[in-house]
Design a protein around this ligand. Structure first.
Ligand SMILES: Cc1cc2nc3c(=O)[nH]c(=O)nc-3n(C[C@H](O)[C@H](O)[C@H](O)COP(=O)(O)O)c2cc1C
Length: 368
C-alpha cells in the first residue's frame, strides 16, 4: 500500500508541515538540573534532518517547585533552560522542520527511582496519584491560579523563542489528567465534581490562559488519553456522549488539535465501530487530530518500559485510516527515538532498512 498520504503537507495557523509525521513527546532525562544541553539540541536536530514534519519535545515542566519528580527532566522556565531551548528550536528550524514543546506539570507522582525529590511536596487536585495512594498535597485555589499562570508563561515563552506550536500534556495520569479523573480528583469545590464535564474546568482554564498569552493565530495542541499508567484499560469517557462532554469544553476553550494517545492505534475506542480515539475525537469535535501508538512496531510502549523489544510492522492499516480521514497527523515515538532517519526511510520505501526497538536505545541520546 502507498504511504503517499503520509507525505502530504498540512497547514493550520502557525503550523506549515511538510508531511503528516510527528515525533511523539518522549522523556529522555538528559537535561541536568533541568537545562537542555547541546546534546539535546543535536538529538532534536538529527530527527529534523531525518525529515519528520513536526517534533513534539519531551515533556518540559512549568515553573512550579514540584512540577517534576526527576532532576534531569528539562525545565521550560529560567534563563539557562530557555537558552538551551533556543538552541533546540534554532537547530530544528535550520534543518527545515517545525517544533513545539510539550508543556508539563506531573502533578502528584511516585518518588523517582533515582532518589531525587523536589524541594516541596508534589501537588495535585487531592494529593492522590491513583486511587488510595496519597503522595502529595491538595492544591489550594491560589496554587491552582498560580499554576494556570505558569502554563501561560511557558506557552508565551515558547512563542517568543520561535517555537511553532505548544502541546499541553493533558494525558497519562499527570496534573491536568489528575483533575479529569474522579479516581484522583475528589475535590468538593468548583474544580471537582461528579461529572467529567465538571472536572474539565482546570484544563479549560489552562487552555484559556495559554490562548490569551499566545494569541489566536498560534496552534495549540492538547494531548489526552483514556488510559492511566496505573490503569491501562481505563476509559475516562465510556461512550461517545461522555467523550463529547469531555472534549467539547476543551475545544471551546481554544484548542486547535487533539493528540489522542493510545497504546495501539488500531484498537477501536467503543464497541460497534472501528474508529480509534483520534477518529472519534475528530468526528465529535470537527478538529484536527493526531493518532499515536505502536505505529510501525509490533509491541507497545509499556512493553518497552518492561524491557520488551519490538519489530518493524506494516503501515497499511495506518494509511487506510488516514486515507479515510480518521485523523490528520500521525505521531511516532520509539521508531524515531531509535532511528533519526525513520521518516526518510519510509518515504523512500526502504522498509528493509528499518530497525526495531529495544530498550538499549533509551540509554543513548543523539545516534547517527
Ligand atoms: C522513552 C519514552 C518516553 C516517553 N515520554 C513521554 C512524555 O514525556 N510525554 C508524553 O506525552 N508521552 C511520552 N511517552 C509516550 C510516547 O509519546 C508515545 O505515546 C508512546 O511511546 C507510543 O508511541 P510509539 O508506540 O510510537 O512509541 C514516552 C514514551 C517513551 C517510549
Amino acid at each position: 500500500m502507498s504511504t503517499d498520504s503520509l507525505f502530504a503537507p498540512f497547514a493550520l495557523k502557525s503550523l506549515n508541515l511538510k508531511n503528516r509525521i510527528v515525533m511523539a513527546p518522549m522523556t529522555r532525562s538528559f537535561s541536568p538540573d533541568g537545562i537542555p544541553t547541546d546534546a539535546v539540541a543535536a538529538y532534536y536536530q538529527k530527527r529534523a534532518e531525518g525529515e519528520v514534519g513536526l517534533i513534539l519535545s519531551e515533556g518540559t515542566v512549568i515553573n512550579r517547585p514540584s512540577a517534576s519528580n526527576d532532576g534531569n527532566v528539562p525545565h521550560f522556565y529560567g534563563d539557562k533552560a530557555l537558552v538551551g531551548w533556543q538552541h533546540v528550536i534554532d537547530g530544528v528550524h535550520s534543518a527545515g522542520s517545525q517544533m513545539g514543546p510539550q508543556i508539563w506539570h506531573m502533578g502528584v507522582m511516585d518518588n523517582h527511582h533515582s532518589g531525587w525529590v523536589p524541594p516541596v511536596p508534589f501537588e495535585g487536585p487531592s494529593g492522590l496519584n491513583r486511587p488510595g495512594n496519597n503522595n502529595g498535597s491538595a492544591m489550594t485555589t491560589k496554587d491552582i491560579e498560580d499554576t494556570i499562570l505558569a502554563y501561560g508563561q511557558a506557552a508565551a515563552d515558547a512563542k517568543r523563542l520561535g517555537f511553532d506550536t505548544v502541546e499541553l500534556h493533558g494525558a497519562h495520569g499527570y496534573l491536568i489528567d489528575q483533575f479529569f479523573w474522579d479516581g484522583t480528583n475528589q475535590r468538593t469545590d468548583g474544580y471537582g465534581g461528579k461529572t467529567l464535564a465538571e472536572r474539565t474546568r482546570f484544563g479549560v482554564e489552562v487552555i484559556k490562559e495559554v490562548r490569551r498569552r499566545v494569541g489566536e493565530d498560534f496552534a495549540i495542541i492538547i494531548r489526552l488519553s483514556q488510559f492511566k499508567p496505573s490503569a491501562y484499560d481505563y476509559k475516562l469517557a465510556a461512550n461517545a456522549n461522555e467523550m463529547e462532554a469531555w472534549l467539547n469544553p476543551l475545544v471551546d476553550a481554544g484548542v486547535d488539535i487533539l493528540h489522542c494517545s493510545q497504546r495501539r492505534f488500531w484498537e477501536p475506542e467503543f464497541e460497534g465501530s472501528d474508529l480509534n480515539f483520534a477518529g472519534w475525537a475528530k468526528k465529535i469535535t470537527g478538529k484536527a487530530t493526531i493518532t499515536v501508538g505502536s505505529v510501525g512496531l509490533s509491541g507497545d510502549f509499556f512493553g518497552a518500559f518492561a524491557g520488551e523489544s519490538s519489530q518493524p510492522s506494516s503501515l497499511d492499516e495506518l494509511t487506510r485510516r488516514l486515507d479515510r480521514g480518521d485523523f490528520d497527523l500521525v505521531a511516532v515515538g520509539r521508531p524515531i527515538l531509535a532511528d533519526p532517519n525513520w521518516t526518510k526511510k519510509i518515504k523512500a520505501g526502504q522498509t528493509e532498512e528499518l530497525k526495531g526497538f529495544s530498550k538499549e536505545a533509551l540509554a543513548e541520546l543523539v545516534m547517527e
